[in-house]
Unconditional design. Structure first.
Length: 313
């Protein structure tokens, strides 16, 4: 019987995290050292940071054999960072964590117990509350998850995030999907492995400011819906039918009114109304269709998800 310890890979995508990264490393290492039954490694991914994040990664690597890093040639986004980290990870289990300590390292022992002893392939952190978030941001998040779940039929709810520990089979299944337009929250659900959720209290960032503005969150949400649903195309058709019906009703009312009161409604008014309705409807259809075509265009180019400038040896 082999006495080899199972290994946990901590995947940490980073973008301008020079303030929080050392603190994250220390706090997480304390927890991992207490898990005597496992070996571990850190896989840091520098997503084109403009500060000293990469330098800190190199120092951590030089001082601790458990630390490895990958540096992108530019900023490719968190989705690419997570994919790269999972591709580099060698562990039997992989955990995706943010460097800002909003994902509590203290959950790692419980997560490991769930995936190693309880038969689950994934243990995810379920965020409770939104400490530090604005009211508008919180409302937007709740609305997005409700709409997204209804349109995509994926198991995505408010509080579900990237913070999760996954078995090697689940990680390999995610890596097998080579699509360019990646939406990891959807992919986690799509692969269909059994997941158990553990609640944790939301806390503010340990250092620095969030890189996600309301605008970027909206764009991310739209990407997610496009990646896993054709519902917007169906919705456009429904809107078209409703607008056409509204136009017919409006024109009918105007015609009846003109019969009772000659000259009350001119033919010019009716024509302008119809043109505006049809024009706005066409623009809506073109926008939605263009969004899907742009995704297909990028997929067919077969460009890499990311380009590695350097990595630890």
């Amino acid at each position: 019987m082999s006495n080899t310890k199972e290994k946990i890979s901590i995947v940490v995508p980073c973008y301008n995290e020079e303030e929080s990264l050392p603190l994250f490393y220390m706090e997480t290492t304390k927890v991992l050292l207490g898990m005597n039954e496992v070996d571990y490694e850190f896989v840091f991914v520098n997503d084109g940071s403009s500060d000293k994040t990469l330098e800190i990664m190199k120092k951590l690597h030089d001082g601790d054999a458990h630390c490895r890093y990958v540096g992108f040639s530019r900023n490719f986004g968190k989705e690419a960072g997570m994919y790269a980290g999972l591709a580099e990870a060698e562990g039997d289990y992989c955990v995706i964590m943010d460097a800002d300590l909003q994902h509590p390292p203290t959950l790692l022992p419980e997560m490991y117990k769930v995936v190693s002893e309880e038969g689950y392939d994934c243990c995810g952190g379920l965020r409770c509350g939104r400490e530090g978030d604005s009211v508008l941001r919180g409302l937007f998040s709740k609305a997005f998850y409700k709409i997204s779940k209804g349109l995509t039929h994926m198991d995505m709810s408010d509080g579900h995030g990237d913070f999760r520990m996954m078995s090697r089979p689940m990680v390999d299944a995610i890596l097998d999907m080579k699509e360019y337009n990646r939406y990891m929250k959807g992919l986690f659900s799509f692969v269909g492995f059994d997941t158990k959720w553990i609640e944790y209290e939301s806390v503010e960032r340990a250092c620095g400011e969030t890189k996600w503005s309301l605008k970027s969150l909206f764009a991310y949400a739209f990407e997610g819906i496009l990646a896993f649903s054709t519902a917007p195309l169906k919705l456009a058709g429904l809107i078209g039918c409703l607008l056409f019906l509204a136009g017919v009703i409006f024109i009918s009312i105007n015609l009846i009114q003109s019969l009772w009161i000659p000259g009350a409604v001119s033919s010019f008014d009716i024509i302008i109304t119809v043109v505006l309705m049809l024009g706005s409807l066409q623009m809506l259809f073109l926008y939605i269709l263009g969004a899907y075509l742009s995704k297909d265009y990028l997929e067919n180019k077969k460009r890499p998800l990311y380009i590695v400038r350097e990595r630890s040896q």
